[in-house]
Design a binder for this molecule. Structure first.
Ligand SMILES: *Cc1c(COP(=O)(O)O)cnc(C)c1O
Length: 371
């Protein structure tokens, strides 16, 4: 056990020499933030790479969620969301003074169940905030139908869905807004960073004001904006990482295929299905779900056993957002309302998944699970 542990993720890093060259240019210009050259270049490069019309960069992936709700003009009411996500999804609703309403997820995709969305709608419902969990596309058609019928805004937390496409169309174009995270742990990172994808130049403009204190110009403030601008250094870093991300995704795909093949006949281990149809995935996570009766030991027993072998998985998502103390008193947070999400949270482990895993690492992980 003297080997270095195998971590669940590893950040994609740009070439250091190339980064130094860009840093030298930034130092020379003395323009280090406030919508500078690299900020603008990265917005254009990402819009093109992601096949989206308008994108606005942020300093992390949580402020885009908060700002999207602001840009949607939602002042009060209920937002229907999933408990099976990272806690920032619900936090963004709370930070806007809105009430989160949790509905259960689909047991196969782990995504919010459209039928249950419809059942949870009241006269206070103003928006839906789904998550493309693990990068698997939500049923965006069904969700949009519901949103149109009840005049609701749809804000996708697409933190897991960088580069995900269906039939050649970016999943980030669904709904009114999609938000991204470029945190170090994600498929594509700018160390910390994020973005909002929108459909019109006007809305991008509004978002660009909101992320800069609401300033429209030197003397006009259009609303109670926040400061969530990305700086020039991270934008330059992001430009360099964008050149490497396709290779990293291809490597992740290779890892996923090895896992899938080795684990498909292991009793008591369930994986996500391969998505039907023409979907470009990003292989952001590789969750497995443990059925203790069939596998022999519980999820937690396997999790700690892997840890003993120097394999650091992650119980992601566990605990459910709805079971955190700050949200557990909301009526919809009761686990009886969320049986599927509760079961997923109790049984999931995300296996190590990143571009630096080699075949020896993968074999070691598979052996530890199948032994
Ligand atoms: C990572 C993540 C976020 C938050 O992004 P940060 O960049 O860490 O602020 C939000 N939602 C989901 C689903 C995430 O995975």
């Amino acid at each position: 056990m003297t080997d270095k542990p195998i971590t669940v993720t590893s950040p994609l890093l740009p070439d250091l020499n190339e980064l130094n060259q860009l840093l030298a240019i930034i130092w020379d210009s003395k323009y280090i933030t406030n919508n500078g050259h690299y900020h603008q270049e990265l917005e254009q490069a990402l819009a093109s790479y992601l096949k989206v019309p308008y994108i606005s960069l942020f300093t992390n992936g949580t402020l885009p969620l908060i700002t999207a709700l602001q840009a949607a003009g939602i002042k009060h009411g209920e937002v229907i969301t999933t408990p099976y996500s990272f806690v920032a999804t619900t936090h963004s609703i709370w930070w806007n003074g809105l009430t989160p309403v949790f509905v259960d997820v689909d047991p196969v995709t782990c995504n919010i169940d459209p039928q249950q969305i419809e059942q949870a709608i009241t006269d206070k419902t103003v928006a839906i905030m789904p998550v493309h969990c693990y990068g698997t596309p939500c049923d965006t058609v069904a969700i949009q139908k519901i949103a149109d019928r009840y005049h609701l805004k749809v804000i996708y937390d697409a933190a897991h869905a960088f580069g995900v496409e269906q039939n050649g169309i970016s999943i980030l174009t669904a709904g009114d807004f999609s938000t991204l995270s470029f945190h170090a742990t994600k498929v594509y990172n700018t160390i910390e960073g994020g973005a909002i994808v929108t459909h019109s130049a006007e809305m991008k403009q509004e978002i660009d004001y909101l992320k800069n204190f609401g300033f429209q110009n030197e003397t006009t403030v259009v609303g109670p904006g926040i400061n969530s601008k990305m700086d020039e250094i991270r934008a330059a870093y992001g430009l360099l990482n964008l050149k490497k991300v396709d290779k990293a995704i291809a490597k992740r795909k290779h890892v996923a295929q090895k896992y899938r093949l080795a684990l498909k006949d292991v009793p008591g281990i369930k994986m996500l299905p391969e998505p039907a149809g023409n979907v470009r995935l990003n292989y952001s996570y590789f969750p497995i779900f443990i059925d203790k009766k069939k596998y022999g030991i519980s999820r937690d027993e396997l999790y700690f056993k892997l840890k003993d072998h120097g394999i650091l998985g992650r119980r992601y998502f566990y605990p459910l957002i709805s079971s955190f103390k700050t949200y557990s008193s909301i009526p919809s947070a009761a686990s009886s309302n969320l049986p599927v999400a509760t079961e997923l949270a109790e049984t999931v482990i995300c296996l190590p998944m990143h571009h630096l895993l080699d075949d020896d690492d993968i074999e070691k992980i598979i052996n530890a699970i199948t032994r």
